[in-house]
Design a binder for this molecule. Structure first.
Ligand code: SAH
Length: 352
């Protein structure tokens, strides 16, 4: 037993049960027991590796993409450059370095980060210390100006609710304690089932679907802002165009582990239901595009070749492997998807 698990058990004893959403929120963002509050989570030494940690090309290309959108929207003289869930700050660092030479971009930007973990805020502060950065405590405090945002593997960390079809009734999945152990069980009562679930006639008896209320809320809010003030958003995550099945998973030391084995000590994520995000978004959206295709279209091969000229031996092999890992359909190229948000009054950004 670990102390996070003890705290979780105490919480369930006090409340009787926790929804999957409450369980995930506790395990990831509880300030004392949560995963992001404590662990060296990313990179080779952490539990998992994300695209910006694989190669500098990733943040550089996304930075140039954002700058291109900014230019196409006639270079607003002040705008918010927001990253949701910046992790170690690597993507933002690469993005800012790459856009330094884009005339007027840095002068116009106001960099803001949305980060729930105090520990990661410190890491980001250190990594980005040559830039003026502020942390947003809540999205409602976004400045009244165009918004250019990026969210890489942020939405998969937001807590989900899970529902199971049992005949014509949907049961919600809860975490309870049985004989002293943590177990999942389905609530025998129909309870506040979101409406768009009950119309999913494609789910067989016993089938599970997931909803992410936090993601829907954030997308609605940010897209309203973009439609009203201008800007773009880029969401990159693993997932698909609709929710089907139980996708909640835990990863520790680069391996899948049982979701209930090490709460607070393993990363918990769920596939992003991009269809639900698109339905919540009030501005335009791009086609949902596989990461590999998107990166190829915005020039990763060109950038990879340019960087490779100074590399030899092992460094060159690592660089080639990183390019492949980001783009190949059998690696991150297909599972990860890209969705852009943009105002109805501008043309669709490149890459889609
Ligand atoms: N974008 C980074 C990190 C992805 S991990 C990368 O690609 O490497 C998820 C990030 O989102 C972490 O920084 C985590 O602390 C943050 N996060 C998770 N839930 C959050 C929430 N509800 N509000 C703000 N940040 C959150």
């Amino acid at each position: 037993m670990n102390s996070s698990k003890d705290m979780l058990i105490d919480l369930i004893k006090a409340r009787g049960r926790l929804s999957t959403e409450e369980f995930m929120a506790f395990c990831l963002t509880n300030p004392e027991a949560g995963y992001y509050a404590k662990q060296p989570v990313f990179g080779q030494k952490g539990d998992f590796i994300t695209a910006p940690e694989i190669s500098q090309m990733y943040g550089e290309l996304l930075g140039m993409w954002l700058a291109q959108c900014w230019i196409e929207q006639h270079r607003p003289v002040k705008f918010t450059l927001l990253e949701l869930g910046p992790g170690r700050g690597t993507l933002m660092e690469d993005l800012l370095r790459a856009t330094e030479k884009v005339s007027g971009f840095h002068k116009a930007m106001q960099v803001q980060l949305l980060e729930s973990s105090q520990r990661l805020r410190e890491v980001q502060k250190e990594k980005l210390n040559k830039y003026e950065i502020t942390w947003l405590d809540e999205l409602q405090k976004l400045p009244d100006q165009p918004l250019f945002f990026i969210a890489n593997e942020f939405f998969d960390a937001l807590p989900i609710r899970q529902f199971q079809r049992t005949g014509d009734i949907w049961f919600e999945r809860y975490l309870v304690i049985e004989d002293g152990s943590l177990v999942f069980s389905f609530s025998p009562q129909e309870k506040q089932v979101p409406e768009n679930i009950t119309t999913r006639h494609d789910i067989a008896d016993g089938g599970i679907i997931e909803v992410c209320p936090g993601a829907v809320k954030i997308c609605k809010f940010l897209s309203k802002h973009i439609e009203a003030k201008g800007g773009v958003g880029l969401i990159i995550d693993y997932g698909n165009s609709m929710s089907k099945g139980d996708t909640l998973q835990a990863v520790k030391d680069h391996k899948l582990v049982n979701v209930l084995e090490t709460p607070g000590l393993s990363d918990l994520t769920a596939h992003v239901d991009f269809g639900a995000l698109v339905r919540a978004i009030v501005c335009e959206t791009s086609k949902l595009t596989p990461q590999g295709q998107f990166l190829e279209r915005i020039g990763i091969t060109h950038r990879a070749k340019a960087l490779s000229t100074n590399l030899r031996n092992d460094a060159l092999q690592l660089h080639i492997a990183a390019h492949k890992r980001l783009t190949h359909p059998n690696e991150m190229g297909h599972l990860f998807k890209v969705l852009a948000l943009y105002p109805t009054f501008v043309k669709m950004p490149v890459g889609f």
